[in-house]
Ligand binder design. Structure first.
Ligand code: IMP
Length: 428
């Protein structure tokens, strides 16, 4: 299985970081294809706990090559501090390359992200405020600055002169904000980032192509979750780019016919940060219990996550849209003390049953989940390392999820440590 994609299959925060960390130990190339510092992948290993926002998890594998792909939006300050954090921890890092086509998050993107959210009032999306949406908007508008531009003084100056003036006009005229930095200061600051990151910024095509030719095990590390995909997620409560398997290929520059397997990372229940419909959300004590047991607070923003039951309607949809063939089920142990566990198997809208994801938020908000109730197992699973040693009720729950989702079981995590994993299917 040389080329494997691992993607979050709900609304993000499925525990992708640890699955990707595990697979990255076996892969030779790890590619973060899309998204930006809105992501927060928690990796726990012998050197400590790391929250990675931009650097691929393969950085902890000294034999691996890591690539930040072309559809990533990079905040150079965040990336530099992440590299410093990794160096300070005494890691012998794998190689790192950053696509010269990746776009740069500039200070005005962060400012605009926050101002646009405030201006939306009740209709705000609950973005992470990291400038991701405005940076992608500039890319689509073809006025973005790319990582490669940071290495070319004249290109940087001429692009920045145009864009900065335009943004400052928006900031003053639309939001009444006085620009706090000059063109000169911004130019020097970003030129400095370019110098600092020069050794990593490069065309990635030859590097990726060589790995494909050698049939090297390659891992495409997903960003956010499939339900936050710009096209197939719960628009407008989504992120500003693709989070899907095809999106990962696009950002890596890998042709679709080279993809061998898609692993969907599903949490054993569901969470969501930010606004938007969430049919199986539990707002009372049950939601609180899941949040506390699962430590469901955002890695990037610290916000409490909304929690609810596993939604098999959404899970099946995501599986079909992304070609997920293997399930990585995370945080099963969070359900250890539940007496009864529910799975949403369908939606009811007035008198009609729906078995698909409606695209209009007000319709998705109005659906009533149809639940199937299963017995809980009421005992700890965190010591278990073989599927057949799980309590019978836990086996039944997992098997039912796989049946409803329509993919085989690959692995189950039952705690945050690297070894708290039940492996069922070999990936590479
Ligand atoms: P943005 O990506 O910062 O523009 O935020 C858009 C939506 O995606 C918001 O609801 C965020 O909470 C959500 N989001 C972005 N990144 C992540 C992530 O890594 N995990 C979970 N939610 C995310």
């Amino acid at each position: 299985m040389p080329v494997v994609a691992a993607l979050g299959a709900q609304w993000g925060d499925e525990g992708k970081g640890r699955i990707v960390d595990l697979l990255a130990q076996q892969a030779r190339m790890i590619i973060r294809s899309a998204g930006g510092p809105n992501a927060g992948h928690t990796v726990i290993n012998q050197l400590g706990t790391f929250r990675l926002h931009l650097v691929p998890a393969g950085i902890f594998n000294s034999e691996a090559t890591n690539v930040i792909g072309s559809n990533v939006v990079v905040d150079p300050a965040v990336l530099i501090s992440e590299l410093e954090m990794i160096a300070a921890a005494g890691v012998t890092p794998g190689k790192l390359y950053i696509s010269d086509r990746a776009h740069v998050i500039m200070p005005y993107h962060i400012q605009l992200d926050q101002l646009e959210e405030q201006a939306k009032g009740e209709a705000r999306l609950g973005t992470t405020g990291r400038g991701v949406g405005p940076a992608y908007a500039d890319k689509v508008n073809r006025i973005g600055i790319r990582m490669g531009d940071l290495l070319h003084e004249e290109t940087l100056l001429s692009r920045l002169t145009y864009v900065l003036e335009q943004k400052q006009r928006i900031l003053t005229k639309l939001y009444g904000v006085t620009p706090s930095v000059s063109l000169h200061e911004t130019y020097l600051q970003y030129l400095g980032y370019g110098r600092r990151l020069r050794e990593y910024i490069t065309p990635i095509h030859p590097i990726v192509q060589r790995a494909l030719e050698q049939d090297a095990p390659m891992l495409l590390e997903g960003n956010q979750g499939a339900l936050l995909d710009l096209d197939y997620g719960t628009f407008p409560y989504v992120t500003s780019t693709a989070t899907s398997a095809p999106g990962l290929l696009q950002g890596a520059g890998i042709p679709p016919n080279r993809l061998n397997s898609v692993i969907g990372v599903f949490k054993a229940y569901t969470t969501r940060v930010g606004a938007g419909p969430f049919p199986t959300e539990q707002e009372g004590s049950l939601g609180d219990e899941l949040r506390e047991r699962g430590k469901e607070y955002g890695t990037t923003t610290g916000r409490p996550r909304r929690c609810g039951w596993f939604d098999a309607v959404l899970a099946r949809y995501v599986t079909e849209v992304n070609g997920i063939d293997t399930i990585a089920l995370t945080k099963l142990d969070v359900l250890d003390s539940m007496k009864r566990i529910r799975i949403c198997v369908g939606y009811k809208l007035h008198d009609t049953e729906l078995d698909y994801l409606p695209s209009t938020p007000s319709v998705l908000n109005a659906v009533e989940p149809i639940y199937e109730e299963l017995r809980g197992w009421n005992q700890s699973t965190s010591h278990v390392r073989r599927f057949e040693d799980l309590p019978e009720e836990a086996q039944t729950y997992v098997a039912r999820i796989c049946e409803l989702v329509g993919a085989r079981l690959g692995m189950i995590s039952i705690g945050p440590e690297r070894d708290q994993m039940i492996m069922i299917t070999k990936v590479f």
